[in-house]
Design a protein around this ligand. Structure first.
Ligand code: NDP
Ligand code: GDR
Length: 352
């Protein structure tokens, strides 16, 4: 929605990212800045962007306060940023927490999507000509967790949804309300159905990072045991940097279309352990304790993407294999815990 440029003058696109302090938000901001975008990041009142994953982007990204539970703040954020593209990455993203706080999860991950869609319509004065036809394009962070109890493998855009967690149920609402606003009001809204993607910036309670952090702490003599839940769970794990490219590519299509994004390969949690401990010359069987309290009330046993449409229509590809991804996370955590040791700060440890 940037103002038209006087003839011959280049005006870069403007993007508003919710969830900019998260793993994906930080990589997406970097990617869009590299592409020449003006980036606005929505942060919550409590967040301190100087010390988060985006501290290094201070000065390059403009910040606006807002919360997905507060529609007025979303209207203000969209109005201030005047974006061409809105990326809705904000969410309560840790699945186990959604059983402990199901209503808040629903409010943020489900109704929050409705609020930001309505905020866009409000700022556009409910004028569909400004939301349709590419004026404000909207990306919703949908999730493979929506497939849940799978009936076919691999999963594609038309696979039946059977979410198995309050998180997955709320994401499914966000998915369908985005589609509904596209069909009802002609909004240019798309959902990326992304499978698990990881990086050294992954939150410490997600299983890959919990493992790579533990490997580094064990190697540095700060931890002996690692407590985990279901080692047989299978996921399609990719590298987060690759996945934010897909988000941007999706919004550049003339026709708004939803895409599945994943590698097409799945591995067990046990395989993550093998690669991660091996990368540090350790044997996982010496350290891992299976803890039944970490098994979920309703587990998603297996997820694997069919990214054929994204490959054919977006030209999207992954660049990093599963083994490379886990090794690079171990290397970064070894470096980080080594640095911490030299500064005698307390060790990084997952809260879950
Ligand atoms: P993170 O947990 O790293 O980041 C979540 C972001 O959401 C944070 O910036 C957080 O802000 C923000 N947030 C939380 N609550 C609110 C709220 N009430 N209002 C506004 N913002 C809020 O997640 P990821 O970066 O890994 O994931 C990004 C999105 O993609 C999420 O929606 C997630 O559900 C989805 N997704 C992720 C996948 C993955 O494998 N990573 C796969 C599929 C979907 P704060 O810093 O203030 O807490
Ligand atoms: P997930 O990721 O729930 O798929 O959601 P997570 O890394 O939390 O779990 C993956 C699988 O590992 C099993 N597991 C454990 N998980 C955690 N966190 N801790 C453990 O100790 C443990 N032991 C075994 C889990 O049971 C599960 O099967 C992520 C999030 O990023 C979501 O926001 C996103 O939508 C989906 O990926 C796609």
């Amino acid at each position: 929605m940037a103002k038209p440029a006087p003839e011959g003058e280049y005006v870069s696109k403007r993007a508003l990212i919710t969830g900019i302090t998260g793993q994906d938000g930080s990589y997406l901001a970097e990617h869009l800045l590299e592409l020449g975008y003006q980036v606005w990041g929505m942060i919550r009142g409590q967040a301190d962007p100087q010390r988060s994953r985006i501290g290094h982007l201070a000065g390059e990204v403009s910040f606006v306060r807002g919360d997905l539970t507060d529609e007025g703040s979303l209207v203000a954020a969209v109005d201030i940023a005047q974006p061409d593209e809105v990326y809705n990455l904000g969410a309560m993203s840790f699945v186990p927490l959604s059983w402990q706080q199901p209503k808040l999860t629903t409010d943020v991950n489900g109704t929050g999507v409705l609020r930001i869609l309505d905020a866009i319509r409000t700022v556009c004065g409910l004028d569909t000509s400004r939301t349709a036809g590419g004026q404000i394009r909207f990306y919703q962070a949908s999730s493979s967790e929506m497939f849940g109890k799978v009936t076919e493998t691999p999963q594609h855009e038309a696979t039946h949804l059977h979410p198995r967690s309050p998180y997955g149920v709320a994401k499914t609402y966000g998915h369908f309300i985005t589609r509904n606003y596209r069909e009802s009001f002609g909004m240019h809204g798309v959902s990326g159905i992304l499978f698990n993607h990881e990086s050294p910036r992954r939150g410490p309670h997600f299983v890959t990072r919990k493992i790579t952090l533990a490997v580094a702490n064990i190697k540095n003599g700060r931890q002996e045991k690692l407590h985990l839940g279901n080692l047989d769970a299978r996921r399609d794990w990719g590298y987060a940097r690759d996945y934010v490219r897909a988000m941007h590519l999706m919004l550049q299509r003339t026709t708004p279309t939803d895409y599945v994004i994943g590698t097409g390969r799945m591995h067990t949690v046990r395989e993550v352990l093998e690669v991660a401990f091996d990368a540090a010359g350790l044997n996982w069987q010496d350290h891992v304790v299976v803890d039944p309290t970490l098994v979920r009330p309703a587990e998603v046993d297996t997820l694997c993407a069919d990214p054929a449409s994204a490959s054919e229509e977006l030209g999207w590809r992954t660049t990093t294999t599963f083994e490379e991804l886990i090794r690079l996370m171990v290397e970064e955590d070894l470096r980080e815990t080594g640095r911490e040791q030299s500064h005698t700060r307390p060790p990084l440890a997952p809260a879950w």
